[in-house]
Write a protein that binds this ligand. Structure first.
Ligand SMILES: [Zn+2]
Ligand SMILES: [Zn+2]
Length: 368
């Protein structure tokens, strides 16, 4: 292993540059991960275009040698002092957020909601880590990870599949830790993007019945069927609220996972949720949304947001994947090398050629 590496740095909005810099050194409770696969997420597109939710030195992340990219896996190639929980050579998937480890939320396992988010710089150093958001991420050959964020990759699982464990873990956290889903409950998912598609897979693997997937792109709905959705609703053809009510005897579903983030889709979620049901808001809406809050209030509907994984949900999602309960690679559509990041981002942003999950393999090129 050389001491230098290639890493993309975010100089300005939409301004990424591939540079050479030193391979970072792991500190206490940290390991150095050689990144074998990193998936592009819609949040990466937001960070690269606008900055938030990335936060570096208390400021927008531009011009600070910051490397985005948060959904990655790799091989441990270096250990910090006293680390004996992992060994060099082990393959690991990673959770995004280590948090600060000391605030009330982190202590409760909600490290995605760390109260010290972004506070990891001189004068405000609470040791917060969220790779690709407040610390350097995976659009590089190597990254540092806290041992709490590591999940072992089962033997025989491909790099690409392992990189998708964090997406599945986000869906899992929404249903189980935040929602309390148990077998036999009914689920509707609006928006067959990566989180929505793997939400269908995870819900089915957890015994939800039925799992109804709602979208507008037929090819994505068909992938949802392969992942476990019991029924598919094309919102261009059918009114999804009427169809969900018809499928549930007029009652609505126990859970709605809202992965589209539009005013219309959030209102649909409220209207297809049963009395006393739960709505997980898993997409980041752009701007304000006018919603039928009265219906939610009068029907005891519980609404909660999630931003990523939590309570070690990725390790539980990985257990389902290890047991072959669903094939996450069905959402992997394109692969690129590290140097092709701009083209990979364009595929993800413009959904070129049916792109769903675009994955980079930062060490597939033997240089440098
Ligand atoms: Zn993501
Ligand atoms: Zn914290």
């Amino acid at each position: 292993m050389g001491k230098r590496m290639q890493a993309w740095e975010l100089d300005a909005p939409e301004g990424l540059t591939l540079r050479e810099r030193d391979v970072p050194k792991p500190g206490c409770s940290e390991v150095l991960v050689r990144i074998d696969a990193v998936a592009i997420c819609a949040t990466d597109l937001d960070v690269i275009a606008n900055g938030p939710p990335a936060l570096i030195n208390g400021k927008l992340p531009f011009g600070q040698n910051f490397t985005p990219g948060h959904e990655y896996m790799g091989t441990i190639v270096g250990l910090g002092p006293e680390v004996d929980e992992y060994a060099v050579g082990e393959r690991v998937a990673v959770e995004i957020h280590a948090g600060c480890g000391q605030c009330k939320r982190c202590r409760g396992g909600m490290y995605t909601s760390c109260l010290n988010y972004g506070r990891n710089y001189p004068g405000h150093d609470k040791g917060h880590r969220a790779n690709g958001f407040t610390t350097n991420g995976g659009f590089a050959q190597y990254a540092i990870n806290h041992i709490n964020t590591l999940v072992r990759v089962p033997q025989g699982m491909s790099d690409a599949e392992a990189a998708l464990a964090v997406t599945a873990g986000t869906s899992m956290y929404g249903f189980t830790e935040m929602g309390g889903l148990v077998a036999g409950e009914s689920v509707a998912i609006i928006g067959p993007g990566p989180i929505g598609l793997l939400a269908a897979a995870v819900a089915k693997a957890l015994g939800a019945d039925p799992v109804i997937l709602i979208g507008t792109r037929e090819n994505r709905l068909q992938i949802g069927a392969k992942l476990g959705a019991d029924s598919l609703l094309n919102a261009r053809v059918t009114d999804p609220v009427e169809a969900v009510l018809a499928a549930t005897g007029g009652k609505g579903v126990d859970y709605v996972m809202e992965c589209a983030g539009t005013e219309q889709s959030i209102n649909q979620a409220i209207h297809m949720c049963s009395r006393g049901g739960k709505i997980c808001l898993a997409a980041f809406p752009h701007g304000l949304a006018s919603i039928d809050l009265a219906r939610a209030v009068m029907n005891n509907i519980y609404m909660y947001g999630i931003r990523g994984e939590g309570k070690s949900a990725v390790s539980r999602a990985m257990a389902l994947m290890k047991a072959r309960r669903f094939d996450a690679t069905l959402i992997h559509t394109h692969s690129f090398g590290l140097e092709d990041l701009p083209e990979a981002l364009r595929h993800a942003r413009e959904r070129i050629d049916g792109a769903i999950k675009v994955i980079l393999t930062p060490n597939s090129n033997p240089n440098p």
